[in-house]
Write a protein that binds this ligand. Structure first.
Ligand code: TPP
Length: 653
């Protein structure tokens, strides 16, 4: 009996397997029954788990939206109707059902499909996303264009409760509620950001969850109130008021109603019947609608349901055990940052730490517990985080704002206007600086030097290893001014950590000395430059390698000293060339009158950098030891250098 059941299950599984491969998607979703959609959801979950275990990626968010995605594609006609995924990390199911099933195993790989919506990939990806809280603004823009052009498509913005904590989401709601065009916002509420969601809004959504009322109650109540006979002007006004107060008592989602949206919900986001019905109803309504959908992050895979934070984004895992790969032996930069900050905070009570929904990612988990009164998770609100730090600093505290390089782009003006203009001592810890790997162009932190370097009063430090990161943090907190430290994703080099800062502001480290070329490097690429120098020596080229440490102020004396001695100068940075470290060096050389020196800059060209492992990308853009070696030998072959020496000797003799 047991064996027959097992065989039947296997058969069922095989039948289901055929379904995904054989359907013409997304069109066929419209023909499927709720039971068939439910079977398809099981099949998609299996595919998600199997693939992400291998490729890495955002597992828990995608497991949570399987039914929601199927229902959206059943009810709406993508790509004519536009579906915008906020952040876009939960768009894998959407990709599977919109023509990317065959390539799904290339997810996030170099040359494969992206882990985020990408218009170049498919017309179903109407807008590229990666940074949070944009979907309502994008959706409103599309809806307004539709109206102006006399078109008829529907627009759906899908936003998570975490992403709704971002200020731009509210700017979008505020504007959409005022303009009153047709726009459906689907709020995917799983009570989680990467970690449990925080803030007053999250509390408000929890209250709605607790007083869970099916969305029909609201429509029925409104119909009931409308049916009460209106006797005279006075009674009407009272009834109107009564309608309002009843609304507050019974109807969930009043906040959204007051912002001009019609609120539907909450509905069970794993119940395909409820979901499709609610989406059809919502799509028939006029004006801005908010449909509140309750989902479970990690749904259908026990390890992810039990620990959605761990499975928010993974590098890969063992499907059977749910075990993640063991962490590398040398501590990560993130870990050293968190530990050093705790050490400093233990001695200095004015030190406070701020994160924007990335407590664990920025290494502040332990800090948040040990110094809970001096720790602030502001939600996905980078701009607010920075200006709040300005306020804290003005009132005598020493704020350290830990935000990934790519997300700090959100706070450009806040850094400029609310910190630098005021000359306030705020320390910016920019984690994940440089290319970050498989998350790709939306997440590479390759613009920070350019956007920070032009700000008056800013000091910028770039550690070559985790020991320098520690020293730079100690140094930064002793300086009474804005300071930014940018450091990369991943493990350090396993070097010893020094007690105290071992260098002063603007002081470079000369790693090797040679008279032919100088290689100026920053960050972990200093090590690659050093390895390149060894290769160059073997090829007969002597080089000076300088760990510049400071991008602002540059180690002026060291750079100019060597610039006057060598024939060719190279700069190496894990950053775009436009406005980066190499540009700063060029400006210095031009100002010092060294305009004739040959300078080559190694970094990223003027286009967005694709996804791939950090090593693959460094190799592709010539930022590994081989690449630096090739650049130097290509520009100055030993013979060419010798000839130049001879020529110069003649000219100057
Ligand atoms: C501007 C910005 N800050 C931070 C992040 C990092 N981040 C990615 S997903 C996420 C949580 C999003 O929560 P939610 O919208 O509720 O989606 P869920 O993963 O829970 O489905 C965060 C903080 C980001 N993508 N963009």
């Amino acid at each position: 009996m047991g064996r027959i059941k097992k065989r039947d299950d296997k058969l069922k599984l095989e039948l289901r397997k055929k379904m995904l491969g054989e359907l013409k998607l997304p069109e066929d979703l419209k023909k499927l029954s709720i039971q068939q959609l439910t079977d398809l959801a099981v099949e998609i979950r299996e595919l998600l788990i199997k693939t992400v275990a291998h490729t890495g990626g955002h597992l828990a968010p995608n497991l949570g939206v399987v039914e929601l995605t199927l229902a959206l594609h059943k009810v709406f006609n993508s790509p004519e109707d536009k579906i915008i995924w906020d952040v876009g990390h939960q768009s894998y199911v959407h990709k599977i059902v919109t023509g990317r099933l065959a390539e799904f195993d290339t997810l996030r790989q170099f040359g494969g499909i992206s882990g985020f919506p990408k218009p170049e990939e498919s017309p179903h990806d109407i807008f590229a996303t990666g940074h949070s809280s944009t979907s309502i603004s994008v959706g409103l823009g599309l809806a307004l264009a539709r109206d102006l052009r006399g078109e008829k498509y529907k627009v759906v913005s899908v936003i998570g409760d975490g992403s709704l904590t971002g200020g731009m989401a509210f700017e979008g709601l505020n504007n959409a509620g005022h303009l009153r065009t047709n726009l459906l916002v689907v709020l995917n509420d799983n009570e989680m950001s990467i970690m449990p969601n925080v803030g007053a809004l999250s509390n408000y959504l929890s209250k709605i969850r607790l007083n869970r009322t099916v969305y029909k109650v609201k429509t029925e109540l409104e119909q009931f109130i409308q049916k009460i006979p209106k006797v005279g002007e006075l009674t009407y006004r009272y009834l109107d008021k009564l309608k309002d107060s009843l609304k507050y008592l019974v109807i969930p989602g009043v906040l959204f109603e007051e912002l001009g949206f019609t609120y539907f919900g909450p509905v069970d986001g794993h119940n395909l019947h409820q979901l499709t019905e609610a989406l059809v109803d919502a799509s028939q309504h006029q004006g801005p609608i908010l449909l509140h959908v309750l989902t479970k992050k990690g749904k259908g895979y026990k390890p992810a349901e039990e620990n959605p934070t761990k499975f928010h984004g993974v590098k890969g895992f063992d499907v059977q055990s749910g075990e993640l790969p063991v962490k590398s032996a040398p501590p990560t930069y993130t870990k050293v940052f968190g530990e050093t900050l705790m050490e400093i905070a233990a001695q200095d009570e004015s030190v406070v730490a701020i994160t924007a929904a990335m407590t664990e990612g920025t290494g502040l988990q332990e800090f948040s517990q040990r110094f809970s009164d001096r720790f602030f998770d502001v939600g996905i609100a980078e701009g607010h985080a920075v200006t709040m730090a300005g306020g804290l600093a003005r009132a005598g505290m020493k704020p350290v704002v830990a935000i990934y390089s790519t997300f700090l782009q959100r706070a450009f003006d806040q850094i400029l206007h609310d910190v630098c203009l005021q000359g306030l001592p705020v320390v910016f810890a920019l984690d994940r600086a440089g290319v970050v790997g498989e998350d790709g162009p939306t997440h590479h932190g390759v613009f920070d030097l350019a956007y920070l370097r032009m700000m008056p009063g800013m000091t910028i430090l770039v550690p070559k290893d985790e020991n320098e990161l520690r020293q730079m943090l100690l140094l930064a907190l002793q300086m009474d001014q804005p300071v930014a430290i940018r450091y990369p994703r991943g493990a350090g080099r396993g070097v010893n950590l020094a007690e105290k800062p071992q260098f002063k502001v603007g002081e470079a480290e000369i790693i090797t000395e040679g008279e032919q070329v100088a290689i100026l490097a920053i960050g972990p690429l200093v090590e690659k430059a050093k390895q390149a120098a060894d290769l160059l020596l073997q090829a007969g080229i002597s080089s000076t390698v300088i760990n510049c440490r400071f991008v602002k102020p540059l180690p002026r004396e060291a750079i100019l000293y060597w610039a006057r001695r060598v024939d060719h100068l190279f700069t190496v940075e894990d950053h775009v060339l436009n406005g980066g470290f190499g540009s700063a060096v060029l400006e210095l050389l031009a100002e010092a009158g060294l305009r004739k020196l040959q300078v080559s800059r190694l970094g990223y060209p003027d286009h967005f950098i694709e996804a791939g492992t950090i090593e693959e990308l460094h190799a592709l853009y010539g930022l590994d030891a081989e690449g630096i070696y090739r650049a130097v030998t290509g520009q100055c072959h030993p013979l060419a250098v010798e000839r130049r020496h001879e020529r110069n000797a003649k000219v100057y003799s």
